[in-house]
Design a protein around this ligand. Structure first.
Ligand SMILES: [Mg+2]
Length: 260
């Protein structure tokens, strides 16, 4: 029986491209805009860490996780500038209670959200070695797919912008849960499926539970809930995308020889 080419499912944000840099810029803009509108200054030395502490608290509390509505971040940061801790600020923002003394009306909040969303729509840069890694993988005839919890059209546009669209057989919108990875595994029955991503809890754990091989490329963006031990769950922890691609090529070759 001839060997079936390995299927590689690649996460998009912070694995292929630097979504984190886009978020950094947008989050700093949001802080500046809230400061202006609220007439209060952030006293934290690390302004980005300040915004992110409120962002993380919201993501942990809200049922949409990191996709919570951005106006909640505006309200939380506003509360933060008034000295409210992230936990309490996120609870109040999600409950919809607006501080009695808030100088920010809904029009002001909407204007900041609009600037923030526009800043987030900027196309991210490819991460280092991604172009080389994709080339190594396609040369070895691995079957590449992008998996995203975001919108397919947006990911396709970014792939196209960077000249990578033709290297991928498809882009899938997929909730990163065990059941969805189970479906991928049965769709490609007979092939090895490798999942490459930057977030242990989203990309690695559910894929591994479904029987996929897993490669983690740790990103700069480390949510507060991620631990060092989480990283060790992956079959391989890669230093960059090229390293991940080489591991996939090697795994595919071993498969062809019936090793491992
Ligand atoms: Mg990611």
């Amino acid at each position: 029986m001839s060997h079936q080419q390995t299927v590689v499912l690649v996460d998009a944000d912070n694995t292929l491209w630097d979504t984190d840099a886009v978020f950094q810029e947008a989050q700093l803009l949001l802080l500046t805009r809230v400061e202006e509108e609220a007439g209060a200054a952030c006293r934290a030395v690390d302004r980005l860490a300040f915004v992110r502490s409120y962002d993380q608290a919201l993501a942990q509390r809200h049922h949409l996780h990191l996709r919570y509505p951005p106006q909640l971040l505006v309200r939380s940061v506003e509360a933060g500038l008034a000295g409210i801790e992230p936990e309490a600020a996120s609870r109040e923002a999600i409950s919809g209670r607006i501080p009695a003394a808030s100088p920010l009306d809904q029009v002001g909040v909407d204007a900041i959200v609009s600037d923030y969303v526009q800043a987030l729509s900027r196309a991210p840069q490819l991460l280092p070695t991604v172009a080389e890694g994709v080339s190594v993988a396609t040369h070895a005839r691995l079957r590449l797919y992008v998996m995203t919890e975001g919108r397919i059209e947006k990911q396709k546009r970014i792939l196209e912008l960077h000249g990578l669209l033709a290297s991928f057989e498809g882009v899938w919108e997929l909730t990163k849960e065990r059941s969805q990875f189970d479906r991928v595994v049965s769709r490609f029955a007979g092939s090895r499926v490798v999942v490459v991503g930057d977030q242990p809890d989203r990309d690695i754990f559910p894929a591994k539970a479904a029987g996929c091989s897993t490669v983690l490329i740790p990103s700069r963006f480390k949510p507060s809930w991620q631990t060092q031990r989480d990283q060790e769950e992956a079959d391989h922890v890669a230093v960059n995308f090229l390293d991940a691609a080489r591991w996939c090529v090697k795994a595919d070759a071993e498969n062809a020889l019936g090793v491992g």
